[in-house]
Each structure stands twice: as structure tokens, then as C-alpha cells.
Design a protein around this ligand. Structure first.
Ligand code: ASP
Length: 352
């Protein structure tokens, strides 16, 4: 479904609003009282303020609209293709998306979009846009403003994949959903906000990535290898559970969610399984802590993982680790090459 409208002031910059679903465009089903997506036309009627921008605003809605708990990598591939197809027609892109998996989608897109020179801004809301106290309007308006903001030379202020939420602009692949009910749903614990929206929008230029090359083309990578599992360590974890996830067929990589600065149990059975898994799989060490990073040289418990062949995730989030693995494994057959690239900062996802 597609439609477009022009702002009252005629067209200057152009933005494509892409609606995938999520609370921002949901309303209550009178039959069972649950929130379900409604027609995207309703969103634009709810935000007449958008017409006041001197912008051309086009829209594209996916069909079906989904609660983001149903997001699959096929949506990321479709988003990447849509942005590639429309790249030359717009100054920026705003993706309306449910909050539950927004950090996963923003992370994955950051790897899939190569040499991105325009803003791709994810946003959504905690309350449907039709509710009197909705946070959706402000989030959407700020996202549109940021997606089309230019510096004095006419270059985009934020040529990155970001999340705009509750007056903050966060790097997509640094973001995590931290609050299920509050308006401050997202944080990027290991990286400063790229911008803050107050009376005006203040850009944190020194933290924004301006590394795209204007002479090179914008391209996309849509080959993803999704054979990744996640093992979250916890006291009392059983040998069988560790064996099933680390040695089970079907996965090519496992994200090991470890304690503190990358620590795990030193029990012989645990390390034997890890060593065994490292012979054929990629094991990536990501800390369960929100802030700080993995350093496998501090404690013997971390060093044992390093010696077994586990790769250091530094301060990557699990959300970004998943997208990075899908992307790298989709591009490279050779696990050794994937491991080398995992250690590198590709899209600002790790502090290294
Ligand atoms: N369950 C919803 C979703 O992620 C929540 C939201 O949009 O905030 O689609």
C-alpha cells in the first residue's frame, strides 16, 4: 500500500515514511480489547503537524502490518531493498516499527546498508498515536525532522541507521530496549546519544559517523545466514542445556551471554563442551551487563574461554551481535574470516 502527500509549504527535502507495524499505529479491537494494527492512513490524520514541514513526505506501508514480535530477517531484507530502490528519491527514511524488536532491526540494517549517506531513522511509540498521552507524535515528528536535517553544506546531519525515541537519537546498533512501559524505552549504554531534541535538536557531531564515500555507490547486502543461537549463562545451568545449545546441530555460531567482563564457569565439563564447540563453530562472548565490555584477560574464568577459542565481543549488544553474525556469515563461508571480522569495528557497533 502506498500513498503520498505534500506539505503546505511545497516541496524541499523529501522523506519516505515506511510503516511496518507496532503500537504507534495500533488501536484497540473492540471485540477482544487487544491492540491490533490499523490502516496507516489513520496515522497521517493523527499527525497533521507533519504537513507544516517544508517537506515532501511519501509513505509506504507493509502488508500485513505486524507486531514487531513477529519480525523476521525477511523484513530486514525487504526494508534494505526498498531503501535501495528509493534511495535517490529521498533525503532520508523514517521506519515506523514496534519497539519490542526495534533494536534488532536497526542493528541488522546498519550492517546490511553499505556506504549509507542518508539518515535511516527507526521510531515507534509506547502508546498508540491515537491515545491522548501518546509519545508517538513527538517521536515521529522528531524522526522526520532528523531524517531531513542538513548541515550548512547541504549534507545530511546523521547519515546513519538510528533509533529516535523520547527526545534522543541513538545509534541503531548500540541501542537496547530497556523499559517495557516507560516512555524512555531505549538506551545506548556504551555510546552517547547522537542528538537530543529539546527546544531545538542538538547534534552531537563528534559522535556521528560521517565515513561514507560520496564517490562510491550505496549498496545493500541481503544474504543473511541466520544459523545463530544464544546461550545465556546462569547459576545452575545444566550440562545438558549447554551441550544442546553449543553442540546441537543447526547452529554455525553461538552468542555466549557471559557474566561481568566476559566470565563463565570454570567447571571442567563446561570448558570441555566450549572447546569442543569452538572446533566447528563460532562462539562470541557478549556480556550480560548493560554497560562495560568483555575483557577475557582479567579473570581466569574469562581467560579459559579465550584459550578455548571464544571470540571477544567487546562492548557489543546481543542485538548487534546477532545482526553482525547474520551479515558476516551471509557474506563469508569461512568461519576464520568471520571470526577476524567479528573483532573489527565495522559500523560503530563496538568501541575499538
Ligand atoms: N508489541 C509492540 C511491538 O513491538 C510493542 C510496541 O510497538 O511498542 O510491535
Amino acid at each position: 500500500m502506498k500513498f503520498n502527500f505534500f506539505s503546505e509549504k511545497g516541496s524541499c527535502n523529501a522523506v519516505l515514511l515506511i510503516y511496518t507495524g507496532g503500537t504507534i499505529g495500533m488501536k484497540e479491537d473492540p471485540e477482544d480489547g487487544t491492540l491490533k494494527p490499523f490502516d496507516f492512513n489513520g496515522i497521517l490524520e493523527e499527525v497533521p503537524e507533519l504537513r507544516k514541514f517544508a517537506l515532501k513526505i511519501d509513505s509506504f506501508a507493509f502488508n500485513p502490518l505486524i507486531d514487531s514480535s513477529d519480525v523476521e530477517p525477511t523484513l530486514w531484507q525487504a526494508l534494505a531493498k526498498l531503501i535501495r530502490e528509493r534511495y535517490d528519491d529521498y533525503d532520508g527514511f523514517v521506519i515506523l516499527h514496534g519497539t519490542d524488536t526495534m533494536a534488532y532491526s536497526a542493528s541488522a540494517l546498519s550492517f546490511m546498508l553499505e556506504n549509507l549517506g542518508k539518515p535511516v531513522i527507526f521510531t515507534g511509540s509506547q502508546l498508540p498515536i491515537g491515545s491522548p498521552r501518546t509519545d508517538g507524535k513527538e517521536n515521529l515528528i522528531s524522526a522526520v525532522e532528523i531524517a531531513t536535517a542538513k548541515d550548512s553544506h547541504g549534507h545530511p546531519m546523521v547519515p546513519e541507521v538510528c533509533i529516535c525515541f523520547n527526545s534522543q537519537l541513538l545509534r541503531g546498533n548500540r541501542s537496547v530496549k530497556v523499559n517495557a512501559t516507560g516512555f524512555d524505552a531505549f538506551k545506548s549504554p556504551n555510546y552517547p546519544p547522537l542528538a537530543t531534541a529539546g527546544i531545538s535538536i542538538k547534534y552531537n557531531n563528534s559522535f556521528i559517523h560521517y565515513g561514507y564515500d560520496r564517490r562510491k555507490e550505496f549498496t545493500i547486502h541481503t544474504m543473511l545466514d541466520t544459523r545463530v543461537s544464544v546461550l545465556k549463562l546462569h547459576p545452575g545451568i545444566t550440562e545438558q542445556a549447554v551441550r544442546d545449545i553449543l553442540l546441537g546441530g543447526g547452529s554455525r555460531a553461538v552468542i555466549l551471554e557471559t557474566y561481568g567482563s566476559g566470565n563463565a564457569p570454570c567447571r571442567p565439563w563446561f570448558l570441555a563442551i566450549v572447546r569442543d564447540a569452538c572446533r566447528s563453530k563460532i562462539l562470541l562472548n557478549v556480556t550480560q551487563c548493560q554497560s562495560g565490555d568483555v575483557d577475557m584477560d582479567i579473570y581466569a574464568t574469562g581467560r579459559a574461554l579465550k584459550d578455548a577459542g571464544v571470540i571477544c565481543g567487546h562492548d557489543i549488544t546481543t542485538e548487534a551481535a546477532l545482526g553482525k553474525l547474520f551479515y558476516l556469515m551471509g557474506r563469508h563461508e569461512d568461519n576464520a574470516q568471520v571470526k577476524t571480522l567479528l573483532e573489527k569495528n565495522l559500523k560503530g557497533e563496538i568501541s575499538k
